[in-house]
Design a protein around this ligand. Structure first.
Ligand SMILES: NC(=O)C1=CN([C@@H]2O[C@H](COP(=O)(O)OP(=O)(O)OC[C@H]3O[C@@H](n4cnc5c(N)ncnc54)[C@H](O)[C@@H]3O)[C@@H](O)[C@H]2O)C=CC1
Ligand SMILES: O=C(O)[C@@H]1CCC=N1
Length: 456
């Protein structure tokens, strides 16, 4: 979206009231499900109605205005004295309409206002509601003997049908897609940790038909929560609340916090949960020691491009995670990109290759652009062309199925430009340096795992 002129709009109170009145009568739920196409349709309708009412705003200006109102709504909801109030002239005149529009979403956004303030790990405060921990009865019974079918059944809100749909076949793709249809409307997904990786996975999941109201995220501070709320995801400061509410719980905190977090939630983890850790280096053995016996645990290594549905994800199952659990996870994550299962030994390698690998590619893209700047091209254009070059090369590599060496030779004209460039790269040791980067990152993942185990 071209932002030019959008941020400098002068809206008066009447125009904003007309706009909100129009939105009240449109299906704003569709606007809040994170899907750009639907979002655009709703704002195009709003544009037509505004135009008919004598207000000439572009669709992008309307979207921008709504974004500001919505973010103010959330900030004020969390803190009635939020400084955000001062940024929207006449806010109190809009509150009623905002509440009406947002309340229509109550099933999607389950944020409550609470006047008690919460402490946070990084000095931020918020007035988000702390829900009481779940009842003791929801915690795992040590000698629970729930069968796999019952376990899946309860994870899926009782909707899963036994028999051919139960996906007992190994890697049965058809069963997976049927499971997806059966499960997603009911499955509740939680994220502990509201950082980059949680956001990437959540965004990937939501690019399918998954409903944002079936996702809840927790973090001790409010710093990153807005962007989840903007997707319609419920947020909280209580990790326990997320666990009690969810069927699948992603642990997306930094590796050194795994011990603290699992210690906090362990007694609320039950047979109905699948716990998925994305923490680099933290082994299944360490996770299993920190959670109750027979917990279903999966170790997943994603990467950031999940956010644009082009992630590369590898997971390994813990000793109590069954094929059905793997199928369910694949089904949930398939919108994030490529999802593969492998032995746990490969997870650290995948961390170096792909989790960290994306950063290596960014470095290369940056260097490509800098080379062009050195030769006289403007920086903005050089960066745009470098990113398109990386994207195009990546897509061709993936979609052609050819070995990179073959594609490379297809670019090289004998005595031409490419071979001269490649020679320079080889002289600079790019190949050895890249191999060493993957090796170092893999070894660092192993180290992080050892450290997190030592913290117990
Ligand atoms: N960023 C990446 O590209 C990738 C990250 N990972 C893994 O994902 C995990 C998260 O990494 P990022 O998202 O990059 O980190 P981040 O720093 O962006 O996010 C961490 C989140 O955890 C929250 N947090 C801190 N203490 C907490 C507590 N006690 N309870 C609940 N939440 C708490 C923070 O507020 C923050 O929202 C790490 O373990 C990392 O190894 C894995 C693959 C790729
Ligand atoms: O740098 C890290 O430790 C995490 C894991 C993979 C990507 N980022």
């Amino acid at each position: 979206m071209d932002d030019s002129g959008i941020k400098k709009q002068n809206w008066d109170i009447t125009e904003t009231e007309v706009f909100l009145d129009i939105l009240k009568n449109l299906d704003m739920k569709k606007c809040r499900d994170g899907r750009k196409v639907r979002n655009h349709k709703v704002f195009t309708m709003a544009y037509n109605k505004m135009f008919a009412a004598g207000y000439h705003r572009t669709v992008d200006q309307l979207k921008f205005r709504w974004k500001l109102l919505k973010s103010t709504y959330y900030k004020v909801k969390r803190d009635p004295n939020s400084p955000a109030l001062n940024k929207v002239n006449g806010w109190f005149r809009y509150e009623k309409a905002m509440v009406e529009i947002m309340d229509a979403e109550q099933s999607v956004v389950e944020v409550e206002v609470n006047h008690s303030r919460n402490n946070s790990d990084d000095g931020e405060t918020s007035s988000l509601h702390w829900t009481q921990p779940c009842e003791e009865s929801t915690s795992r019974s040590p000698d629970a003997t729930t069968s796999d079918t019952e376990t899946l059944h309860s994870r899926c809100g009782g909707r899963l049908v036994e028999g051919p749909l139960a996906a007992t076949q190994e890697n049965n793709v058809q069963a997976q897609s049927m499971l997806q249809v059966k499960m997603e409307p009911q499955l509740k997904v939680g994220f502990i940790g509201a950082g980059n990786m949680a956001f990437g996975i959540a965004k990937g999941i939501l690019s399918g038909d998954f409903i944002p109201g079936n996702i809840k995220v927790s973090a001790p501070s409010s710093r990153n929560l807005d962007k989840f709320e903007e997707l319609g995801i419920a947020v909280t400061h209580s990790n326990v609340e997320v666990v009690c509410w969810s069927d699948v719980v992603f642990i997306a905190v930094k590796p050194h916090l795994i011990y603290v977090v699992l210690n906090e939630i362990s007694r609320y983890v039950t047979d109905r949960h699948i716990v998925v850790s994305v923490a680099a280096g933290v082994t299944l053995a360490a996770l299993e020691q920190l959670l109750p016996d027979s917990s279903v645990i999966i170790r997943l290594m994603p990467n950031l491009p999940c956010v644009v549905q082009e992630g590369a994800l590898l997971f390994a199952r813990g000793s109590h995670a069954k094929q059905e659990d793997a199928n369910l996870l694949r089904s949930l994550l398939h919108r994030c990109g490529l999802v593969e299962e492998g032995p746990e030994d490969w997870i650290d390698i995948h961390t170096g290759l792909s989790g960290s690998g994306v950063a290596f590619v960014y470095l290369f893209a940056e260097a490509l652009a800098e080379g062009a700047v050195k030769m006289g091209m403007p920086s903005a254009l050089a960066n745009t062309i470098a990113s398109q070059t990386v994207l195009g090369a990546g897509r061709l590599l993936r979609d052609s199925g050819k070995h990179p060496a073959q594609l490379r030779s297809e670019v090289c004209t004998p005595g031409g430009t490419t071979i001269f460039g490649l020679h320079s790269l080889e002289q600079g040791g790019v190949r050895a340096a890249t191999m060493s980067a993957v090796e170092s990152a893999t070894n660092r993942a192993k180290e992080l795992g050892l450290k997190s185990t030592a913290m117990k």
